[in-house]
Design a protein. Structure first.
Lengths: 114, 110
């Protein structure tokens, strides 16, 4: 299994500001993912964080709005930039240890933009 | 476009009842199907299914996959109030990403 530490757990931010969310894993992993869960909705993949190269973004998500870093195999950050109330969501990082194993999730970050 | 559809979207039952949650999918490059329980923020893993017809069981929960008809069910027997949660179905495709259904909100009343 994997232990994932995600910070912060929650935050309330002013519109126009940015927030960086950190995800630390207790072992080296190849695949790290960032998901968003808007209120009352299911999880939607934002991007795949690739170590040593640029993240791969899903349709509807762009690097300028959600820059991602992946400096090594145990750590990644997601920044939510120039926030608006529509960015209020739960953000989750997820890792795969190997192919065809369960996906492990961090504890999530509940973001409220006012 | 890949999609995962769950039904029902919400369900209210009484303790002791048995429930069946449904998940159908249309994806290219299917790798596996996973069920999660979400109570607060982080989903907790229940089952991963890769082969048709093989039931996975854990206590009162069980699940099975039909890769021909492209669906899975999650059964919960003798429900308890602690089973109240959102149940998420997700399909993993070859790139590794998970495509989630809308979730089923289950409320178990005493």
């Amino acid at each position: 299994s994997a232990v994932i530490s995600q910070k912060p757990s929650r935050d309330i931010c002013q519109r126009g500001t940015s927030l960086t969310i950190q995800c630390q894993v207790d072992s080296q992993v190849t695949m790290m993912f960032w998901y968003r869960q808007q209120p009352g909705q299911s999880l939607t993949l934002i991007a795949t964080a690739n170590q040593g190269s640029e993240a791969t973004y899903e349709s509807g998500f762009v690097i300028d709005k959600f820059p991602i870093s992946r400096p090594n195999l145990t750590f990644s950050t997601l920044t939510v930039s120039n926030m608006s109330p529509e960015d209020s969501s739960i953000y989750l990082c997820s890792v795969d240890l190997q192919k065809n194993t369960e996906a492990f999730f961090g504890q999530g970050t509940r973001l409220t933009v006012v | 476009e890949d999609k995962v559809v769950q039904s029902p979207l919400s369900l209210v039952v009484h303790e002791g009842d048995t429930v069946t949650l449904n998940c159908s999918y249309e994806v290219t490059n299917f790798r596996s199907l996973l069920w999660y329980k979400q109570e607060k923020k982080a989903p907790t893993f229940l089952f991963m299914l890769t082969s048709s017809g093989i039931e996975k069981k854990s206590g009162r929960l069980s699940s099975i996959l039909d890769k021909k008809e492209l669906f899975s069910i999650l059964n919960i027997t003798a429900t308890q109030t602690g089973d109240s949660a959102v149940y998420l179905c997700a399909v993993r495709v070859n790139t590794g990403k998970l495509i989630f259904g809308q979730g089923t909100t289950l409320q178990v009343k005493p």
